[in-house]
Design a binder for this molecule. Sequence first.
Ligand code: TXA
Ligand code: MG
Length: 357
Amino acid sequence: METVVLKVDPERPDEDSLRYAADVLKRGGLVAFPTETVYGLGALISKREAVKRIFEVKGRPLDNPLIVHVSSVSMFLELVDSPPEDVVRLVERFWPGPLTVVWWKRSLVPDEVTAGLSKVAVRSPAHLVALKLIELSGEAIAAPSANRSGKPSPTRAEHVVSDLYGLIDVVVDAGETIHGLESTIVDLTASPPRLLRPGALPIEEVEKALGVRLEIPHYARGHGEAEVALSPGMKYKHYAPEAELVVVEADDYSAKLADVVAKVRVLASRAKEGRRRVAVLCSSETRDEYLDLGVEVLDLGSRQHLFTVAKRLFATLRELDAKGIDYAVAEGFEERGLGLAIMNRLRKASGGAVVRV
Ligand code: TXA
Ligand code: MG
């Protein structure tokens, strides 16, 4: 299959291009499109065969449900079974934006989308291209991240092309995504509401809006595996580069940053002696500490601006592969605000290879 790549301006996308992409969706095709978080691989929810093909082309396990993307709160209300006032208020507060809510589905949402579950995950993306595509299609779009299963999520159209070229119909290319990290997923049917995946919307904001603390299971921090019944999809290895990745963590990064650096240096030097191609993933504050090692030093950004670190993380993980790195050591980050999502992704990318100082 020829994959058509359509370049559009993220702020003023060409109407004809989006109409073309919407027509492909209406005919049961697969379209990768940008959202404010990462690129998604979309099919209309009513096109069951197309939804099944999403699993095939991604190599996605069949028990891992998809997020449904809507362009308005009223579209959400058509898909879910009478959510209470506080659920509606929450989505009105954060949509369009990087918050995905899980609620009981109506029969309108096919089982293929939810992998047979009675709950559906829904969000409204804060990206003009995504919103217009949903509107022109006249229907909600089921879309996981547009990467091969297990790879880092795509933050640029080039990443989608590299993973899925020839397997999907269209890639709408609107350049780099804004957050570079997926949405925050909260199961609102649980009491207290349960964080299924930390993401681009810090949970502190969700907790403030709801007036309750979320339950944060260990897998939401990137440790171990989830019970399939509670959180499908959280049990698989994710975001993994080809390189072996080790994360060096501390319980207090202001007090122990020097210890973290020392440990990263030891691990990186030892690997280099073993003649491996080695990289260090670090913060701007510490990058100079590694320059003498003769390894690749990849600066994710400042510890004071975790937005930048989050934004660069997936692209940097992909860069490891592009550079042929076979061993990488990453500094950990404080688990507050976006740090919670950053550490979830790093721990998962490392397959649990975590060293504490
Ligand atoms: O930012 C994002 O959320 C991106 C963009 C494209 O919107 N999408 C994304 O989708 O990250 P995906 O499939 O890569 O991750 C969706 C996660 C999966 O871990 C899945 O298990 C969970 O959402 N999920 C989907 N439906 C669910 C449900 N009904 N109950 C519990 N978890 C669900
Ligand atoms: Mg994904």
